[in-house]
Ligand binder design. Structure first.
Ligand code: NAI
Length: 284
């Protein structure tokens, strides 16, 4: 028993809504905080359609029953009584450190865990924005959260071992995920390997070496990947892919992490992948 029943999620986008969904499906009481009334509506819509899809596929008995356990609001102070808060806002260091400073003031229980779903921002930077660095760690889910089983657990140098073990029990026993342990270095295990792979595929496309379809088909049929690197970038979101690449580059100064100009131009154009209907591919 982890004693974690009241869960807060900040950010109800691609990841935050998925994290809210798996928590509510596990019976937790969930509050999602978004940044504006319009964003609240979008998050609620995203949750409703995902849960209705799960119901129609027989994965859950009742979407309505799960939705009943989720409140979506635009007021951060609603998180005061939470046992854990999982942050899943934009991959922006200033926005995240400001949020952790505010969460530290709002969340009352001294045992509460403040977790981040960041893909690449050092957990230490978030921990030191609070007065409780021993209770801050990275809990990094994968997209789509209801489907993928992995969670990377990322304690900083200041995280208590007890906090990490409680978070491990929460993700494994309560949410049914598998946890792996990572050091607090940009990209952790999976993105440190995946992002340079995606960037290499973008460079290959950019140089005219092969088409997007052929690059992706090469990896699907030739290496048994479930999808090619460019389709995967569209799924992750090209803005998030670029932000993670920039954090990796900032940390290691290795050219293999540098975002190619084509990726930058696509993000500037608002071609962000599936979430905007167009990235390397067009979505209906
Ligand atoms: P997204 O752009 O889909 O969602 C971010 C949401 O945060 C938006 O709905 C936005 O309105 C909201 N938001 C922004 N500032 C806020 C604030 N101050 N308070 C409340 N809400 C706020 O982004 P996505 O993809 O969900 O990424 C979120 C985090 O998860 C990032 O740190 C990203 O690195 C990480 N992540 C992303 C993965 C992916 O495949 N997209 C995979 C694993 C982690």
């Amino acid at each position: 028993m982890t004693g974690i029943e009241r869960v807060g999620v900040v950010g109800g986008g691609l990841m935050g809504s998925g994290i809210a969904e798996v928590n509510a499906r596990a019976g937790k009481d969930v509050i999602v905080v978004e940044s504006s009334p319009a964003a609240v509506d979008n998050a609620r819509q995203r949750l409703t359609s995902s849960l209705e899809r799960a119901e129609s596929r027989g994965k859950i008995e009742s979407a309505a029953a799960v939705l009943d356990r989720i409140r979506v609001v635009d007021d951060l102070t609603a998180l005061a009584d939470r046992d854990i808060v999982i942050e899943a806002i934009v991959e922006d260091e200033a926005a995240k450190t400001d949020l952790f400073r505010r969460l530290d003031e709002i969340v009352t229980s001294p045992d509460a865990i403040l977790a981040s779903n960041t893909s690449s921002i050092p957990i230490m930077k978030l921990a030191v924005a609070t007065q409780r660095p021993s209770h801050v760690l990275g809990v990094h889910f994968f997209n789509p959260v209801p489907v993928l089983k992995l969670v990377e657990l990322v304690p900083s140098l200041m995280t208590d071992a007890a906090t990490t073990e409680r978070a491990r029990a929460f993700v494994q026993d309560d949410l049914g995920k598998n946890a792996i342990d990572c050091q607090d270095r940009a990209g952790f295990v999976v993105n440190a390997l995946l992002i340079p792979f995606i960037l290499s595929a973008i460079r290959m496309l950019e140089s005219g070496f092969a088409t997007a379809e052929d690059i992706d088909q090469g990896l699907v049929l030739g290496a048994a990947h479930p999808q090619g690197p460019l389709a995967l970038a569209d799924l992750i979101g090209l803005d998030t892919t670029k932000a993670v690449a920039e954090s990796l580059y900032e940390e290691f100064k290795e050219p293999l992490y540098a975002a190619p100009p084509l990726l930058a131009r696509m993000v500037e154009a608002g071609l962000l992948g599936r979430k905007t209907g167009r990235g390397f591919y067009t979505y209906g």
